[in-house]
Design a protein around this ligand. Structure first.
Ligand code: SF4
Length: 438
């Protein structure tokens, strides 16, 4: 084990800004998080023939007592909890090091204003919300994190890493800007190797080949399960809506992975029965939507509510917070540590359709593949205000879709409910147009 301790952030000029929020306000924000989560779930329960197995995921989100107890016991035995952002962090390595990852991205409006005390207002709401959420300890799970790993995906994430590193230990995972060349790939493989070393230094024990293999295979199972769930949405009989799928995937951000997989298995079995028994949630002629663009993260369900309450259904997405999250397996032929690390590097870089890379044509390939496979009627392109990387790509995609006569609508918004009415009007008109095209 190398004694050489990798320097984490060395802030020679500490960022001493503090969020001045009193305990009363923090309590109010925490209560509001639960309140909004309950409102979301109440809206999602209104659908007919909703799968009964959704109840587990609701409880897991609303009452994290059991998960917190599990993680506290795990830490008491010396375990480490690792906060992660984005889809680029090799979870297999974290599990194989005897640690547990918790995904920290956040979609909560109430933590934006406090965060703006220490951040510029003109940055994407996801960054502000996540920093506010973290500072105000709204989610007790975040307090259990020993380390936070932040990939340097977009500028917002880079600067968030710097700011958070003034308050807790942050490791960055440096992303190459281009991934279609060997130099970038080698650079990324080195980053993944460095992460392995850091995890070994953190835990004081080596990551063994057989343990890493075990977790690669376990997450293969998870990927296969998620693909099986997604494949249930290809057919005309719709038994689960987009909101429920986003919700189920996002409970995996913090839930015990083994228990989560067992519950998803039960959900899939129930949905398969519902298809057999024609226990559908909407009629077959319901316009089928593909979601793309900036991530929709709980509890920011505004756009998904509007789409599915306006008479359409989301059948697939390429989101880093849903469709993309568990979709790609690590591919390898032999199980040497070298091959496993290279396969993990490729898994978390090559198939990822995040627009932070210099070239992202495969994101368009993936979108066209989803439109065809899920027989979509239209695409809704969500942009979080000031999310430049997704905005940059919109023009190119809209021109191509125009040529291919694929209906596309751009919805630029943020976490507040202020523009919900206006968005609803546009979405209703879009859905009417899709129905007229049928
Ligand atoms: S939504 Fe866009 S700007 Fe915000 S963190 Fe994600 S990629 Fe970065």
């Amino acid at each position: 084990m190398s004694e050489k301790k990798e320097p984490v952030f060395e802030n020679r000029y500490p960022f001493e800004a503090k969020i001045q929020v009193n305990e009363e306000k923090i309590r109010e924000i925490r209560e509001n998080y639960i309140k909004i989560s309950k409102i979301n779930l109440e809206k999602m329960r209104r659908g007919k023939n909703r799968a009964a197995n959704m109840a587990y995921f609701e409880n897991a989100l609303l009452d994290k007592t059991e998960r917190i107890k599990e993680l506290k016991e795990f830490k008491a035995k010396g375990g480490k909890v690792i906060g992660i952002f984005c889809v680029h962090v090799p979870e297999e390595l974290i599990y194989a090091a005897g640690c547990v990852p918790i995904r920290m991205s956040c979609g909560f409006y109430d933590t934006i204003a406090p965060a703006e005390e220490i951040l510029p207002k003109n940055i994407c709401p996801l960054i502000k919300s996540s920093i506010g959420f973290n500072f105000l300890k709204v989610n007790p799970l975040f307090e259990l994190c020993d380390i936070i790993i932040i990939p340097t995906s977009c500028d917002g994430k880079k600067k968030m890493a710097e700011i958070l590193s003034n308050y807790q230990e942050v490791w960055t995972l440096e992303m190459p800007n281009d991934r279609d060349n060997e130099v970038s790939r080698e650079f990324w493989v080195k980053q993944v190797r460095l992460l392995k070393e850091r995890l070994e230094n953190l835990t004081g024990s080596k990551i063994e080949k057989k343990v890493l293999k075990k977790y690669i295979l376990k997450l293969h199972e998870r990927t296969a399960l998620v693909r099986e769930l997604f494949d249930l949405r290809v057919g005309q009989k719709i038994v689960v809506d987009g909101r429920d799928v986003y919700f189920v995937l996002q409970t995996a951000f913090f839930d015990n992975p083994i228990r989560w997989m067992e519950k998803v298995r039960l959900l899939i079995n129930e949905l398969k029965k519902n298809i057999q028994n024609n226990k559908v949630i909407v009629k077959e002629s319901t316009p089928r939507i593909i979601m793309t663009g900036s991530p929709l993260i709980w509890p920011n369900m505004k756009l998904l509510h509007i789409i599915e309450e306006s008479g359409a259904v989301v059948v697939a997405d390429d989101s880093c917070a849903c469709g993309q999250y568990f979709y790609n397996p690590a591919e390898l032929e032999e199980w040497s540590m070298k091959s496993m690390l290279e396969a993990l590097s490729d898994k978390y870089l090559l198939p990822v359709v995040c627009p932070v890379f210099a070239h992202c044509d495969d994101r368009i390939d993936r979108l066209l593949e989803l439109i065809e496979k899920y027989k979509a009627d239209g695409v809704i392109y969500h942009i979080l205000r000031l999310c430049q990387v997704f905005d940059f790509e919109y023009i190119k995609i809209s021109k191509l879709f125009e040529k291919k006569s694929i209906p596309l609508i751009k919805i630029e918004t943020e976490y507040s409910e202020e523009d919900a009415g206006q968005i609803k009007t546009r979405i209703e008109a879009f859905i009417e147009m899709l129905e007229a095209r049928r």
